[in-house]
Design a protein around this ligand. Structure first.
Ligand SMILES: Cc1cc2nc3c(=O)[nH]c(=O)nc-3n(C[C@H](O)[C@H](O)[C@H](O)COP(=O)(O)O)c2cc1C
Length: 184
């Protein structure tokens, strides 16, 4: 099995999403001996903004296509994903490779066989009937984008990270508990 491990948090060793992705990858690798892990740090080694010329280089797409499982750290910045992660998504949404349109214009995802696990980390709460739910453009966006290419992503979420040390500790602990279930 090949795991592609992506991080996009700018907060280095204070990052919650990086703790979660590391734990997810370690857990998956532990239950599947011989797993190969390919790591891409989108902050240490950022991709350029998309241009038409970017499509000539398919290395990022090829790396994604070669992975059986993709583990993505997705912190919420300004109610959505980091632009570093958006630049990566811009390389993998490629007509004819990861999606296509049928004759009647219906989109069809082409990479259904992959497992995508996203570690979300958000300062506040956005799920369910939260008053801030309308500002959630991270989880909803990733569901839409991966759905478009044929993948139903799984999520582990650490929410309320900026609402005090106690809440932060509780949220991280809950998320780490969710990680254990993922690998089971
Ligand atoms: C630049 C920046 C913007 C942020 N914007 C939001 C936001 O819009 N909504 C929110 O709930 N939290 C926001 N936060 C808080 C982060 O989502 C939270 O700290 C989370 O843990 C970030 O993930 P990380 O710890 O992996 O970096 C922001 C944090 C930073 C650094």
């Amino acid at each position: 099995m090949t795991i592609l491990h992506l991080d996009s948090s700018i907060t280095g060793d204070k990052s919650v999403s990086r703790v979660l992705t590391r734990r997810i990858v370690d857990q998956l690798a532990a239950v599947q001996p011989g797993t190969e892990v390919v790591q891409r740090d989108l902050v240490a080694d950022p991709l350029d903004h998309l241009t038409l010329g970017s499509f000539a280089d398919t290395s990022v797409l090829d790396e994604f296509l070669a992975a059986d499982t993709v583990v993505i750290g997705a912190p919420m910045y300004n109610f959505t994903l980091p632009s570093q992660l958006k630049a990566w998504l811009d390389r993998i949404l490629v007509a004819g490779k990861t999606f296509r349109y049928g004759e009647d214009g219906t989109p069809e995802g082409l990479v259904g066989g992959k497992r995508v696990i996203v570690a979300l980390s958000r300062g506040g709460f956005y799920r369910g009937d939260s008053p801030a739910a309308g500002l959630e453009h991270l989880e909803t966006y990733l569901i839409g984008v991966f759905g478009f290419i044929g993948i139903t992503p799984e999520f582990v979420a650490a929410d309320g990270i900026n609402l005090g040390a106690e809440q932060r500790a509780r949220s991280v602990e809950t998320a780490l508990g969710e990680v254990e279930q993922l690998a089971a």
